[in-house]
Design a protein around this ligand. Structure first.
Ligand code: PLP
Length: 370
């Protein structure tokens, strides 16, 4: 068996054609295709067009959203330690302090009890992370946010296409950030988006993504530039190009297929692992979420990992907790996160994974335990 990849983009002739069309027009930067992609996202999420702003990465989505709500140096943002370093970097980029919190053992979602215990007078926002595409328990986070008057920036980088309590993630909540990087549920190559029903936030972001040039977004949609412009606020170079948006538009049109395939893979792992002592799965509804990664837990994680790598099966660990990184180390102790970090293993899950490949992965795991 040749190497089985952990994750990958799935690119058809349609994406290739869409990119070729942008190239042929020789208008590669942010323009009409970026606007069309935003409208398509709004249609998909069943929100208004003016609630959506695309950006060039998921990390910039988080950074620009935090900036738009006025996060200042010294402000505290509560975030699970068990997340990609992007969540932490987006907070510290503004001089704010990421306060590393615990996650719940069954879902690896932000632990609201720990969040509550870490709120101070400097707390300004909570950043729950939709780990492995689920936000089960997010109601508890919104309850605390309301009680303490905090903003919520959802790091939903992994959760585009997921449903929570019958509603699409992104269609409810305060501020929701998505990533469309190369391996996410849909990709632009690189890309991201911020969704909010707070239109003042989206308006700020639409200027801020173009270096703060006021109303430049509308000009760009029309293929024009601003010459006599003004700038009032700090901005960034975070807009999404026509090339990247063209890929995203096609990917979005394929999402139903992507979604059911990822769910099918996850459900098969769950069924198979039920009868296997030694390996645990997370407490998710795989009919609702669109799993970006499939994470299992094993007390023999390191041995299992070595075993699968030798069998040419690429596996991952999502993530090394941020409170263990030099930049974010302090004296904080997170025993639940530390223990989970020793157990988690991410197995291949992507649209092009074949039945044969998944059977081989499952067989190999059975062999390891038997
Ligand atoms: C992918 C990811 C990001 C960052 O998105 P990019 O588009 O890669 O910048 C942030 N947070 C989480 C949890 C992610 O998985």
């Amino acid at each position: 068996m040749s190497k089985i990849r952990l994750s990958k983009s799935s690119i058809s002739k349609k994406e290739q054609l869409a990119v070729s069309e942008v190239l042929a027009k020789e208008y590669l930067g942010m323009g009409d295709v970026t606007h069309e992609f935003e409208i398509a996202i709004a249609d998909y999420l069943e929100v208004n067009d003016n609630q959506v702003a695309t950006v060039n990465t998921g990390t910039s989505a988080l950074h620009i959203a935090l900036s738009a709500i006025g996060i200042q140096p010294g402000d505290e943002v509560l975030v699970p330690s068990l997340t990609y370093v992007a969540s932490f970097q987006a907070i510290s980029a503004l001089g704010a302090i990421p306060i590393a919190c615990e996650v719940l053992p069954n879902t690896l979602f932000l632990d609201s009890i720990d969040v509550r215990s870490k709120i101070t007078s400097k707390s300004k926002a909570i950043m729950p992370v939709h780990y492995a595409s689920s936000c089960k328990g997010i109601e508890d986070i919104y309850t605390i946010a309301t009680e303490f008057n905090l903003r919520v920036i959802e790091d939903a980088a992994q959760a585009f296409g997921s449903i929570h309590e019958g509603k699409k993630i992104g269609s409810f909540g305060d501020i929701i950030c998505f990533s469309f990087d190369g391996i996410k549920n849909i990709t632009c190559g690189e890309g991201g988006a911020v969704i909010s029903s707070d239109l003042s936030v989206i308006e700020k972001i639409k200027d801020a993504r173009l270096l703060g040039v006021i109303k430049d977004t509308e000009k760009r949609y029309l293929g024009q530039r601003s010459w006599d412009f003004d700038v009032e606020e700090q901005g960034f170079r975070y807009h999404l190009s026509n090339i990247n948006a063209a890929i995203g538009k096609v990917q979005l049109s394929r999402i139903d297929k992507f979604r059911s395939k990822r769910q099918q893979i996850a459900k098969k792992y769950v069924t198979e692992f039920c009868s296997l002592e030694g390996i645990d799965v997370l407490d998710f509804s795989f009919s609702e979420i669109m799993p970006h990664i499939f994470v299992a837990k094993s007390s023999q994680r390191n041995e299992l990992r070595e075993y699968l790598l030798e069998k040419n099966i690429e596996v991952g660990i999502h993530y090394k907790p941020n409170h263990k990184l030099t930049k974010y180390k302090n004296n904080i102790e997170l025993p639940v996160t530390d223990s989970i970090y020793e157990q988690i293993l991410t197995l291949p899950c992507h649209y092009d994974l074949t039945d044969e490949e998944q059977d081989y992965i499952i067989e190999s795991i059975r062999d390891f335990y038997e």
